[in-house]
Design a binder for this molecule. Structure first.
Ligand code: NAD
Length: 269
């Protein structure tokens, strides 16, 4: 029997047409939340995502379209979502990555990575947090990365965006820390900082490493993990989602401004 403790809550999850965001939307639905998602994809991909979220327990999840590079589109998305149901829980999960040296990095890629991974979260937060404060309950969970805590080569826009996301979250956590009460649940803002997670985002890096070491995809994955993630195991999207659901619990009212690594020891080295 699932604990439906989010039965009277609405969640908006960006980047939920794939990977970690989709798993988070499903887990929040299973915990009883009304779920809105955004994210790119074909009509089929979006309707499959909504069907899987409903099957997990949402019953009437809804997609709000927006290209998150566009601030006006984000405002329209937030306004449509609020008219449908004001979010109590906001998960900023949309993200892109491109690997190249600083010198080789296209300037347009810098703009896109910063817009989607960082500025979009600023816009969704500035639009969602006031209503959370008014109700005395809110949870903002930003999916950053180990790259919000430590750098790696050939990922400068990604690293800059994720360090920025951690800073944005800490600042917002301070501004809203005094809102609400233990009874109402308070308003918290946190980052989850995964290491390697098994999703389409990392596939180009897996393929490149497989080509470099030869052998199977598993050999490529092993080589990638051996470099940085001491556990030698990738996380699964559903495991990240369980932490997100826990952060929505009333007992998490005093956990705010944190950047929580889920990285098999990567950032402990
Ligand atoms: P994914 O590629 O499976 O999903 C990315 C999501 O972002 C998709 O829903 C996509 O439609 C959406 N998106 C991309 N560009 C968009 C745009 N312009 N407008 C609106 N939506 C857009 O990737 P994932 O691995 O699930 O990554 C999710 C988050 O987790 C990202 O922020 C990523 O940086 C972070 N992360 C992933 C890993 C990993 O190993 N996979 C590790 C650490 C952090």
């Amino acid at each position: 029997m699932q604990d439906r403790f989010l039965g009277d809550r609405t969640a908006l999850v960006t980047g939920a047409t794939s990977g970690i965001g989709l798993a988070i939307a499903q887990a929040l639905a299973a915990a009883g939340a009304r779920v809105a998602i955004s994210g790119l994809g074909s009509d089929q991909q979006i309707s499959d995502a909504l069907a899987s979220i409903d099957a997990a327990g949402a019953n009437g999840s809804k997609h709000f379209a927006a290209d998150l590079r566009d601030a006006a589109a984000i405002e329209a998305m937030m306004s449509s979502c609020a008219s449908w149901s004001q979010p109590d829980i906001l998960v900023n999960c949309a993200g892109i990555q491109h690997t190249a040296s600083l010198e080789q990095m296209p300037a347009a890629t810098w703009d896109a990575v910063l817009a989607i991974n960082l500025s979009a979260a600023f816009h969704t937060m500035r639009l969602a947090l006031p209503a959370m404060a008014a109700r005395g309950f809110g949870r903002v969970i930003n999916i950053a990365s180990v790259h919000g805590l430590v750098a790696s080569v050939n990922k400068t826009p990604y690293v800059a965006s994720k360090f920025g996301l951690v800073g944005l979250s800490k600042g917002a956590a301070l501004e809203y820390a005094g809102q609400g009460s233990r009874t109402s649940g308070g308003v918290t803002v946190n980052c989850v900082c995964p290491g390697w997670v098994e999703t389409p985002l990392i596939e180009p890096q897996v393929e490149a490493r497989q080509a470099a070491v030869g052998g199977s995809r598993d050999d490529g994955v092993r080589a990638l993990l051996a470099e940085k993630q001491p556990s030698g195991r990738m996380s699964l999207p559903a495991e990240i989602a369980e932490l997100v659901v826990w952060l929505c619990r009333p007992a998490a009212h005093n956990l705010t401004g944190a950047a929580i690594p889920v990285d098999g020891g990567w950032t402990s080295q």
